[in-house]
Ligand binder design. Structure first.
Ligand code: ASP
Ligand code: MG
Length: 421
């Protein structure tokens, strides 16, 4: 049994869905669980319906009607004269969304999960119906009945035992009886029966959770790149494909911000030694990359991770006390409270420097709160570069003339915070 994950880009148009179905056709002789994201940029557009300040966005109705039209065009192209049944199924979800919009209270995170989750419910309905339409028989599963989380909206924590037992009881028999199951990434159900999500780009994690619970023989992520590259081609001209990556290396890369894989995805797979393949949906026959048990990456080559839009805060106590444990506790307490993730830190006797993503919360809430007890200086428009297997020549050629704000080296990893190019 294999678990497939198709992201938004692999199903962003009718022709993309046809291509995706062609891949499923190649594998249909074996049992499959197919995890699918929302189509194209749907999640971003669903986010536009809501406003953190006012609950619903002023122009939500026009945004929603554009989203409906986007999906209607896809189904018209896929189903032709037979479109009515699918259309009524997806209209059911859009109606649920509209009801939620009317009810939307000021609990932004809660509303977010009830509303944004519709993207995956709609995409999987279309995919499941289309596969059946062309003779690849399958069943649609509402994953909220299997993957259970606590009610931390927008970042649900998985209730593993409950999820495992629901998977054994309902999902495994479903696979045994019908071979192919199509279900949603990203979304889950709370114990109270509400919808939760696992965090943006969480569909990889969904596929890993299901792979773990079903003891899959492999998980395959189908992407628009030929596999795992040693750098993001957006930032780097001469990328190289990595064929094999040990689990721990992949966890490190995700930790440093490699965007190819969701940070939480690898651990459940490693625990059961399930290989994770990254393959191209454009050239599905080619080898791709695999994350598995191995001693080192192959080929051995430097790996680059670039994170833009970083801000560096330099925090100094107002009362001339050293930045000691109690100060650090106060500072980190605020980070945790505001959900700010720290990318790099450096402590000295007089100040504490911390690099983080430049998000609204940093300037709107974090800095004002810290300023009660500390002097806070900041630099923004910075880029955090992480290089695994670095050499000093490599660092020099990447940094060039740019100013370095912070720099840290361990045996295999160099991190440099520099001005953006
Ligand atoms: N659709 C969700 C997102 O765009 C989940 C995912 O694609 O992994 O964040
Ligand atoms: Mg997506």
């Amino acid at each position: 049994m294999k678990v497939f994950k198709f992201g938004g880009a692999s199903v962003n148009s009718a022709s993309a869905v046809v291509n995706m179905a062609g891949i499923v056709e190649q594998y249909r002789s074996e049992p499959l669980v197919i995890v699918v994201s929302a189509m194209g940029k749907t999640t971003n557009n669903l986010e536009l319906l809501l406003s953190e300040k006012t609950g619903v966005a002023d122009d939500w109705q026009s945004t929603l009607s554009r989203l409906k039209d986007y999906h209607y065009e896809i189904i018209d192209n896929l189903f032709g004269a037979d479109v009515e049944e699918v259309r009524s199924k997806i209209d059911h979800f859009f109606r649920m969304l509209e009801e939620q919009m009317q009810l939307a209270s000021f609990d932004y995170n809660f509303n977010y999960d009830q509303i944004v989750s519709i993207g995956e419910l709609v995409s999987t309905t279309i995919i499941s119906e289309y596969l059946n339409h062309i003779g690849i028989s399958n069943r649609w599963l509402d994953v909220r009945t299997i993957i259970k989380t606590d009610s931390t909206y927008r970042e649900g924590k998985v209730e593993w035992e409950m999820t495992q037992s629901l998977a054994n009881k309902y999902l495994q028999p479903m696979i045994d009886s019908c071979g192919i199951v199509v279900t949603q990434g990203f979304i889950a159900g709370s114990l109270q029966g509400t919808t939760t999500t696992l965090g943006r780009e969480g569909s990889d994690y969904s596929a890993a959770i299901l792979s773990y619970c079903l003891s899959a023989e492999a998980m395959i992520i189908w992407k628009d790149v030929p596999g795992f590259l040693n750098a993001d081609p957006k930032y780097f001209a001469n990328t190289k494909k990595i064929n094999t990556i040990p689990y721990n290396e992949a966890i490190e890369l995700a930790y440093y911000g490699a965007s190819i894989i969701h940070p939480k995805t690898v651990k459940p797979l490693q625990n059961k030694e399930i290989p994770l393949h990254v393959k191209s949906f454009v050239t599905p026959q080619s080898e791709g990359s695999v994350i598995r048990n191995a001693d080192s990456i192959d080929p051995e080559t430097p790996l680059y991770i670039f994170k833009n839009n970083q801000v560096l805060l330099s925090i100094m106590p107002k009362d001339f006390s050293f930045i000691a444990e109690d100060n650090l506790q106060k500072i980190f307490g605020q980070f945790a409270k505001m959900g700010v993730k720290v990318n790099m830190i450096q402590n000295s006797a007089l100040s504490f420097s911390v690099c983080m993503d430049n998000k609204d919360v940093v300037f709107d809430r974090l800095i004002p709160v810290l300023q009660k007890d500390f002097h806070v200086r900041y630099n923004n428009n910075l880029q955090l570069i992480t290089i695994r297997y670095y050499t000093s020549e490599i660092i020099n050629s990447i940094v060039g003339e740019r100013k370095i704000y912070l720099e840290q080296h361990s045996r295999v990893t160099a991190q440099l915070l520099v001005s953006e190019q």
